[in-house]
Design a protein around this ligand. Structure first.
Ligand code: F6P
Length: 488
């Protein structure tokens, strides 16, 4: 089998370089090992008709990284426009932030079609394609239009919202019909999966039986594949990284005070304003915690040309300034606020240094920072994860302190509880989370999805539904799949 993985953003495989977004960091080690070709945007654009759209093809582990310059005329409408100003807000249940024109939609479709044409270069009889994320909802349909018959899978890294919310996206029907060109559609959680199925049944009027829907494209399997991390490797990296100069400097600067850490892209879905307000509330209501605990908030800018992101950056800068002004002392800064990215190596050491990890998104597909924070802890003296119940990770990390990110007082109390939690309770909670992380690694996720995708072809040949589970249970996790296995 030749595997071709496609995502908008890719990673170049340098552990010491900053990486933006969970997707690129998560995929890198498994794509490297698998020998797959990873196709994505070079981050540059080009004018006019392109003879060879691939700007660079370079080795990546056992496989290759192939980067495309996307068409200049359509890039803005595709990336800042439809993908990140229509789909992203809707997928995170912020229909109020949808801003996209008809041109944006056309550009989105153009870029999907452009990517499909470029992918023909890697088409062989035994090729299997795996498309990542909301940037390419229509790529499968474009590939089918070009005559590609090989298995094509799709995995959504973000949440999938309720029917009414996705219904606020212009051309939602056309796009979701196009998604059914994928043989396998994977989601992070069963809620996402159920929301998608509800749309397919109610709005498209199609029957979904045992996780299989038949449309004009043929059969599509719909299932849950919660993404994981390599917890053992991350733990080793964290233990080593404490001696990294950036991490050592941070440790020296703490003077015995405890540290809470937040690491996010600067995005309205991450709940950063509410988080800062919760710290403000905590220091106001429990003044003894001033000087006892401070926050290191890393907020890496992305999509900065989109108005909602620019507004958020200004709002946060002002809010952090206000809170620091209110609670700070000549020798104590409550919040260290950094608008830059860090490498995975440094982040691992920072997580291990912090006694509290705060991951409080309003909505999040999975949130791998939550998993990385847990994996990075010192087993003898682990920190406490304060986690939003609206992050996909909360399904597995249910012994974290789960919070409602809209409840500022509740978050303030949870952070204070985390700061003073006994060692025995911290270890008990942490060990339970590590069991989950070790069971659901990124390697397992990758293998499960690719196996299930290949299985869809066997199913196609047999003409029988593959998933024999009741419609309420979609998880394929821990099922060993081989050519003679049915999921059960
Ligand atoms: O994980 C969701 C995601 O949108 C990925 O698709 C993307 O790589 C990441 O967040 C970062 O977003 P961006 O590439 O727009 O900065």
């Amino acid at each position: 089998m030749n595997l071709v993985v496609v995502s908008n953003r890719v990673s170049r495989g340098k552990a010491n370089e900053p990486m933006t977004g969970g997707l690129a960091a998560a995929l890198l080690p498994v794509v490297e090992k698998s020998g797959a070709i990873w196709v994505g945007s070079s981050g540059r654009v080009r004018d006019g008709a392109q003879k060879d759209p691939f700007a660079e093809i370079e080795a990546l582990g056992a496989g290759a990284l192939a980067l495309l310059d996307l068409p200049a005329a359509h890039y803005g409408g595709y990336y800042e426009g439809f993908a990140n100003s229509a789909l992203w807000p809707a997928l995170h249940s912020r229909a109020d932030l949808i801003r996209a024109s008809e041109e944006d939609y056309l550009s989105y479709r153009e870029v999907n079609a452009f990517m499909a044409r470029a992918l023909l270069r890697f088409e062989k009889r035994e090729t299997v394609l795996w498309i990542q994320d909301y940037h390419f909802l229509a790529l499968g349909a474009e590939l089918r239009g070009l005559g590609v018959t090989q298995p094509i899978g799709f995995f959504l890294h973000t949440p999938w919202p309720a029917r009414a919310v996705i219904g606020a996206v212009p051309h939602h029907r056309e796009l979701i019909e196009a998604m059914l060109a994928y043989n396998l559609i994977g989601f992070q959680t069963s809620d996402d999966c159920e929301n998608f199925i509800s749309y397919v049944q109610s709005d498209l009027g199609l029957v979904v039986r045992n996780g299989v829907v038949t449309s004009r494209h043929g059969r599509s399997h719909i299932a849950v594949f919660p993404i994981g991390i390599d917890a053992e490797k991350f733990a080793l990296q964290a233990a080593k990284s404490v001696s990294h100069p950036d991490v050592s400097r941070l440790r020296r600067s703490l003077n015995g005070e405890k540290l809470a850490i937040g690491v996010d892209r600067l995005d309205y879905s991450k709940g950063l304003v509410n988080r800062i307000n919760a710290f403000d509330r905590m220091w106001t209501s429990q003044p003894a915690l001033a000087r006892a605990v401070s926050l290191l908030q890393i907020a890496t800018p992305s999509r900065g040309t989109i108005e909602a992101y620019g507004n958020l950056q200004s709002e946060l800068a002002k809010l952090v300034g206000d809170v620091n002004g209110r609670h700070g002392e000549v020798d104590w800064t409550p919040i260290r606020y950094l608008n830059k990215g860090f490498s995975q190596t440094v982040l691992a050491g920072l997580y291990r240094t912090a006694q509290v990890g705060v991951v409080t998104p309003l909505y999040d597909g999975m949130n791998l920072v939550a998993k990385e924070y847990v994996a990075a802890q010192n087993p003898a003296d682990p920190g406490v994860l304060v986690l939003s119940k609206f992050a996909g990770a909360a399904n597995e990390l249910d012994t974290a302190l789960l919070v409602n990110p809209h409840d500022i007082d509740g978050m303030a109390r949870a952070i204070a509880t985390a700061v003073s939690m006994s060692l025995a309770e911290r270890r008990m909670r942490w060990e339970a989370m590590m069991v989950k992380l070790r069971a659901g690694t990124i390697q397992q996720w990758f293998a499960d999805f690719v196996d299930a995708l290949q299985e869809t072809q066997i199913d196609k040949a047999a003409g029988e539904p593959l998933l024999a589970e009741p419609a309420t249970s979609w998880s394929l996790r821990s099922v060993t799949v081989n050519s003679s296995t049915r999921y059960h």
